[in-house]
Design a protein around this ligand. Sequence first.
Ligand code: FE
Length: 343
Amino acid sequence: MNERTLGIRFAVGFLVGMMAAGPLLASGEINLYSARNEALIKPLLDRFTEQTGISVNLVTGKADTLLKRLESEGDNSPADMLITTDAGRLHRAKQAGLTQAVETQVLNDAVPAPYREPEGHWYGLSLRARPIFYAKDRVSPESLSSYRALAGPEWAGKICIRSSDNIYNQSLVAAMIAHDGEEKTQEWVNGLVENFARSPKGGDRDQIKAVAAGECDIALANTYYLAGMLTGNDQNQRLAAQAVAVYWPDQEGRGTHVNVSGAAVTAFARNRENAIKLLEFLVSPESQSWYGEVNQEYPVRDGVAWSQLLNQWGRFKADQLNLSLLGENNAQAVMIMDRAGWK
Ligand code: FE
């Protein structure tokens, strides 16, 4: 290759680079770190780009890996926004100084107060419930009432739930602490652990399968796992899911424990305004309906229709606790579970 062709190549490469960068500079961009699978978010991001001309550079990864990455990148991080699951994790991001407060009328109107951080460090995008699943053929729903009642002697050896290192369980215990205080929650967790059918293992789906297999009568799990099992291609999972029913605990009192997937504008966002635009887009009625349906979760926004499957399980009263408390009580929750010997 002589110097001339090299020069031309360089010029062409430069032009192509400019053309690629051109529209981005003209209409802006946003760098998004997402713990949600690409399939569960990408179509929505594409629609956002169509509507606003703002392109979204998506990086997906595991929730805890993305948090670590944000931490190690510090103020050099290209990320403008983080999407992740569980209020406990969103709180960790805030505590680590990885998020910033943003507040707009649109966001406050769209996301009910319990599902956003009071200063605007994160906003819920979808709601997940963690109710009781029971064996249809062995448990009568009349014998169920509240989370607290699961610690009673009548449930000895009958409960399946995953391990205490899982944030969903930590958040459930954190919610109990917020309602009942540390002492009463310790008693409850002690009783619950005593009633375990087996040493905790596997994920939420495995607990549902264990109920179907007769290893236990009761499981605590997030509803979208049951939805995934019912609508997936795996026949065994489908059959297992059909053997259990959903019971909404604490309908007489505080309501069923819920959690969110949510989004935060990162502390060092260079495209802050675009990130806020994306946040507002994600809580719009259209996005909420799509996002809830695809993730088989509930919309955070009121007045958005639920999927047919979710409607089958019925309406329920959700706990109105501000979910930032799940994060604030996390360390205490972990300690309580540890003391009770929850593996
Ligand atoms: Fe999950």
